[in-house]
Design a protein around this ligand. Structure first.
Ligand code: NAP
Length: 323
C-alpha cells in the first residue's frame, strides 16, 4: 500500500515522503480500515517537527516513534482481528490512531472507532476526532458551558474553533466568535451570534464580560483574558502561539499558577481521545447540531503540503487528505 513515511523530525515537506510499504494486518482487538479520508491539523505539523521539545518523550526522542504519519481517519472496515465484535467487513467507520492513518490501510484498536453517521461524507467524518475532542472537552468539561451562558471563542474559524462554536450553540450558549476579517462570514455561518474581527477590535473592546472564554488561537495575555471575563468566569486555554520548546505552553503554565489566587478560573485543556466522546460527537452530527466544515482537500501525494498549510495557522475549518 502507499503511505506517508516519517523517519526523522523536520519540516513536513522535507521529512514526509510517499512510499510503498506492507499493508498492516489487524491484531487481536484491532480493525483493518481501508482509509477513505484523513484530516490533518496543527498536531500533525508539530509531530513532523517534533515540537514542542517537551513532548519528545511521546513522539520519540531522536527519531519518530511511529513510521507512518496521520492521527485520525474514516473509511471502510476491510477485516477484523480476534475478539472484535462491534464491527464487521464493510462497515463505515471513523476514529483516531496514535499514528499511521495517512495510508491506504490502517489497523486500529476497535475501541478507537465508531460507526460513521449517515448523511456525512468520509471527508467530514475524518475531520471530527482530533478537533472534536479538543472542542468538546474544552467547552463542555473545562468550560462547563450551559444554556444562557455568554461564551467567547477565540480562533473560531479554525479546526477546533469551528467545532467549539457549534458545540457551545448546541449547549444553548450565546456565542461570540473571534476571527480575522475574511473569516467573519464563515464564523457567522457556524452559528455564532456575534463575531469580533480581531484586526479591528480587541476582545475587551465592547466592554462585554463573558462567562466562559475558549482560547484556541492567538496570544492574548492572561490579564487580557481576565479583563474580558465575568467576575467568576472561566477561561480555558486550548492552544496558542509560542517557541519550539513549549509552543505556547508557557501561557498555560502561567494560567495554572495564577488561577488559585484570583476569583476567576483559568484552566488548560489537553484533550484525551476516548470512544465515549466520539459517540457524543457522532450523536451531535446525527442530530444536525454539528456540521464538520471541510474547507480544503488534498490527494495523498500532497499530504506534506497540506500539513505545511495547516501548520501556518491560517486555514479555515478543517483540511482533509482523501485516499
Ligand atoms: N489542547 C489540546 O488538546 C489541543 C487539541 C487540538 C489542537 N490544539 C491546539 O489548538 C490550536 C488551534 O488548532 P486548530 O487545529 O484549530 O488550528 P487551525 O485550524 O490552524 O486554526 C487556527 C485559527 O486561528 C485563527 N487565528 C490566528 N491568529 C489569531 C488571533 N490572533 N486571534 C484569533 N484567531 C486567530 C486563524 O483564523 P484567522 O485566519 O481568522 O485568523 C485560524 O483559523 C493549535 O495551537 C493546536 O496545537 C490543542
Amino acid at each position: 500500500m502507499q503511505a506517508i513515511i516519517h523517519e526523522r523530525f523536520g519540516p513536513p515537506s522535507d521529512v514526509l515522503t510517499i512510499e510503498d510499504v506492507d499493508t498492516p494486518q489487524p491484531g487481536r482487538g484491532e480493525v483493518l480500515v481501508q482509509v477513505r479520508a484523513t484530516a490533518v491539523a496543527k498536531g500533525d505539523w508539530l509531530v513532523a517537527h517534533g515540537y514542542p521539545y517537551i513532548a519528545r518523550p511521546a513522539y520519540g526522542i531522536r527519531t519518530p516513534k511511529h513510521r507512518i504519519a496521520g492521527l485520525e481517519t474514516s473509511g471502510v472496515v476491510e477485516a477484523v482481528g480476534a475478539d472484535v465484535t462491534d464491527f464487521q467487513k464493510g462497515d463505515e467507520v471513523f476514529g483516531w490512531t496514535k499514528a499511521g492513518s495517512l495510508a491506504e490501510f490502517v489497523a486500529i484498536p476497535a475501541d478507537h472507532l465508531v460507526h460513521k453517521p449517515g448523511g456525512i461524507t468520509f471527508e467530514q467524518a475524518a475531520a471530527v476526532p482530533v478537533s472534536g475532542f479538543a472542542a468538546l472537552q474544552a467547552v463542555r468539561d473545562a468550560g462547563g458551558v450551559d444554556a444562557g451562558m455568554d461564551v467567547l471563542v477565540i480562533g473560531a474559524s479554525g479546526g477546533v474553533g469551528s467545532f467549539a462554536v457549534q458545540i457551545a450553540k448546541a449547549l444553548g450558549a450565546e456565542v461570540t466568535g473571534v476571527a480575522s476579517t475574511s473569516n467573519v462570514g464563515f464564523v457567522g455561518e457556524l452559528g455564532a451570534d456575534h463575531v469580533i474581527d480581531y484586526t479591528q477590535e480587541s476582545i475587551t473592546g465592547s466592554g462585554r464580560r463573558f462567562d466562559v472564554i475558549i482560547d484556541i488561537a492567538g496570544n492574548n495575555s492572561i490579564s487580557t483574558l481576565r479583563s474580558a471575563l465575568a467576575g467568576r468566569g472561566t477561561a480555558v486555554i486550548v492552544g496558542g502561539s509560542g517557541g519550539k520548546v513549549t509552543m505556547g505552553f508557557g501561557r498555560t503554565l502561567r494560567s495554572m499558577l495564577v488561577s488559585p489566587f484570583v476569583p476567576q478560573r483559568l484552566k488548560a485543556v489537553l484533550s484525551k481521545p476516548n470512544q465515549e466522546d466520539l459517540k457524543v460527537l457522532a450523536g451531535l452530527v446525527e442530530s444536525g447540531e454539528l456540521i464538520p466544515r471541510v474547507e480544503a482537500t488534498y490527494p495523498l501525494a500532497q499530504a506534506a503540503q497540506a500539513i505545511e498549510l495547516v501548520g501556518a495557522g491560517k486555514s479555515r475549518g478543517k483540511t482533509v487528505v482523501t485516499i
